[in-house]
Design a protein around this ligand. Structure first.
Ligand code: PHE
Length: 513
């Protein structure tokens, strides 16, 4: 087959001589028509350099099938049957036809009867005519050389006999372009260091970018294992009537992350050693002024909450500091404030169940089980007169749905909850109780300034997403799950997550505290 260069030269010299190529069907290399697909490549390349222009000519042509080719060469089945029968009264016993003409026997007999060339006489076949013209062979030969046949009915019949088939072919009409020349300039596809150093770039012709070229099709996307497990947890929350909180903003003011949660401004978690502070912008004051006043008073002296507060001077600069949120409870405090605003508007408190599963950040040293960022699962229920018993009862149901039915609680401390409880689950493999989360009832010092009615109680809990995921997929180093060293193939190959809701301890999450 001719190379692209050879085809280009052929096109250019032909155009030079004849000015146009009306139909590329006529182009020959070594006396054979050129391969039109290869020609198209050559034409496209010349067109991109504006050396030529071309338009496709589409047409339907007829080609012979393998059987058709065979018959064009050896004669039709019916002609072979006719030839096999000797002239005269005697003819040929039908049983012998198969031996003489093989596979032509059956189709050939039918056609030869129809053409009135032969007929049956007893158990023999006899000729009805002396000579025949093998029209089928003649037609096939014509189609082979011209690609068509004048008689459409015969064509249709040959197609039915699967001797011929239709084929769409495209050839091209070619004309000179504005930059026509007999030589093809070499085009550089990219500027190189060498070209810059030698100054060659000044004279180089650059290949145009083809912005219409289809890119390499991307493989389909795959959910990261964390997102697969997240989806399963989401289902549990939705099943239980929870609403998802908007957690798509990772940067948060200290106000919502700490102050609104009654976390004093000198609390060690608010130190740069524990929390990432933003440089630019470094502050935000997107919180209501009246709420800020209430929170300031509560921190300083308890305000209207009946508490004595922390007894220190609260500073707004501290609250304005922008950070990467250290927990999703920052969003819970914002949502509870929104809920109280709605309550004020409608005059009626509406119980709420919220959840979120999203990323949080802590300035921690990284090791096999800790990263500076991870995902928290958080649930919040606000209703009148909830008790610690409700929290414990609800935790039981929630963790059972995750396949953990041995749950225990241990008192702990959070600035924003009282009482607070760490949640433990019995790990059958380790034969011990492992911490899986943290929970509590939000303090009045948090809820009253947010504006919730005084009989509304809010129970809440949080746990990490990473550890249940690692247990589920048998990953022992967190750096194999998240970060720049992960094996992308693992993301593709891990199956979707199905929490084994029946069995006892398939999932043992440990809160990341
Ligand atoms: N915010 C806590 C954490 O980061 C979890 C928690 C949420 C605790 C809600 C109590 C109530 O671990």
């Amino acid at each position: 087959m001719a190379t692209t260069e050879e085809l280009q030269t052929l096109v250019l010299t032909t155009l030079d001589k004849e000015n146009v190529i009306t139909d590329s069907k006529s182009l020959l290399v070594n006396d054979k028509p050129v391969d039109q697909l290869a020609l198209l490549g050559a034409l496209n390349s010349l067109k991109s350099k504006e050396m030529i222009d071309f338009t496709p000519i589409d047409r339907i042509t007829w080609i012979l099938t393998e059987e058709g080719k065979q018959l064009a060469k050896d004669g039709s089945h019916e002609a072979r049957v006719f030839a096999a029968i000797p002239a005269g009264e005697e003819g040929l016993p039908i049983a012998e036809l198969q031996n003489k003409v093989g596979a032509s026997a059956k189709p050939g007999q039918g056609k030869a009867f129809k053409n009135k060339w032969v007929s049956k006489k007893g158990a023999n076949l006899v000729r009805l005519v002396d000579t025949i013209v093998d029209e089928t062979q003649r037609d096939l030969k014509e189609i082979e050389s011209t690609g068509t046949l004048g008689d459409a009915k015969v064509l249709a019949d040959l197609k039915k006999r699967t001797l011929v088939d239709k084929q769409k072919t495209t050839t091209y009409s070619v004309s000179k372009g504005p930059d026509f020349s007999l030589t093809v300039k070499k085009e550089a596809t990219d500027i190189t260091t060498e070209m810059l150093q030698s100054g060659e770039w000044k004279n180089a012709t650059f290949k145009k970018y083809n912005f219409d070229a289809a890119g390499v099709p991307p493989n389909s996307g795959h959910l990261h294992p964390l997102m697969k497990v997240r989806q399963e947890f989401r289902e549990i929350f939705f099943e239980m009537g929870f609403q998802e909180m908007p957690t798509n903003c990772f940067a948060e003011s200290s106000f919502w992350n700490f102050d609104a949660l009654f976390q004093p401004q000198q609390h060690p978690a608010r130190d740069a050693h524990d929390t990432f502070f933003l440089k630019d912008p470094a502050t935000s004051d997107r919180y209501p002024r009246d709420l800020m006043e209430k929170i300031k008073n509560t921190h300083e002296n308890g305000g209207d909450t009946g508490s004595i507060g922390y007894n220190y001077k609260w500073k707004e600069e501290e609250a304005q500091k922008l950070i990467l949120r250290t927990h999703t409870t920052a969003v819970s405090s914002f949502m509870l404030h929104k809920l109280s605003e709605e309550t004020k508007k409608t005059g009626e408190f509406r119980p709420a169940k919220y959840f979120s599963i999203d990323r949080v950040f802590r300035n921690e040293s990284v090791d096999a089980t800790h990263l500076a960022e991870f995902h928290q699962i958080e649930g919040v229920i606000a209703d009148k007169n909830l008790t610690l018993g409700d929290l414990i009862g609800f935790m039981d149901i929630f963790f059972k749905k995750m396949g953990m039915d041995k749950i225990r609680f241990k008192p702990t401390y959070n600035p924003y909850t009282e009482p607070s409880m760490e949640i433990f689950s019995y790990h059958e493999g380790l034969k011990s109780w492992v911490e899986i989360g943290n929970s509590g009832m939000f303090r009045p010092e948090m809820l009253l300034p947010l504006g919730l009615p005084s009989d509304v109680r809010v129970i809440a809990w949080g746990l990490g997403l990473e550890r249940p995921t690692m247990v589920k997929y048998g990953i022992s180093n967190i750096r194999d799950l998240l970060g720049h060293k992960v094996n992308i193939g693992m993301i593709k190959e891990y199956p979707i997550c199905r929490l084994d809701k029946e069995s006892k301890d398939k999932i043992e999450g440990v809160s990341e505290d």
